[in-house]
Design a protein around this ligand. Sequence first.
Ligand code: ADP
Ligand code: MG
Length: 238
Amino acid sequence: MHYLEVANLTKSFTDTPVFKGISFDISKGEFVTLLGPSGCGKSTLLRSIAGLTTPDSGQIRVAGEDITWLKPQHRGIGMVFQSYALFPNLTVADNIAFGLTMQRINKSDIAHRVAEVIELVGLSGRERAHPAQLSGGQRQRVALARALVVRPRILLLDEPLSALDAPIRKHLREQIRTIQRQLNLTTVFVTHDQEEALTLSDRVFVMNQGQIVQADTAEAVYTRPANDFVASFIGNYN
Ligand code: ADP
Ligand code: MG
């Protein structure tokens, strides 16, 4: 069963095409990692799904609903960026609640949902802290909680761990995967780190120049690369 469907998506910036018709399907609850060189279109793809970038043509569907032209806040999609994008003057709880202010939800429901995701990401006790008082890993957990508080149908993670030190990165990636499994949340995760891709993913999509050149299990991508690009791209990191 296809849950997230991207069909024939095209996008150019001025005269330079990023996508000339990219298509793929992701199942409900699947954790897919996008791997590919810098500039191949990973962020543009996630931003198109989230509604932060407008494609030129094509369709994006979630659970059969065409969301291609919906406003970002009506898509039911949560996104986490590499840079935390937190409001420095707001507390942890208020940063997380901000994700809900666009929606008509009463105050006690907001408080309840914020408490729920704070617990889920392991930030209990830090509700009243400000971002400057948090470690990088904690800030990224706030960003994750803010994405989850809207109860998204799809979670998009654009290199959320890249700015963090290795031990924290490993811990947080395990935590993200645990939460994702617990919620059966359909997730697209962008990383440069091949070990992350190998250990976390149900499937890996290898991207090059706006195309998905292989979509397979991590094991298959590593042991049976579909073409020379995949072989050399994967090989370069070993
Ligand atoms: P990745 O995330 O894989 O590194 P991006 O999606 O950020 O790649 O970028 C894909 C291509 O689109 C790059 O050539 C980049 O320079 C270009 N691009 C991305 N965003 C913009 C923008 N807002 N304006 C112009 N060009 C852009
Ligand atoms: Mg990017």
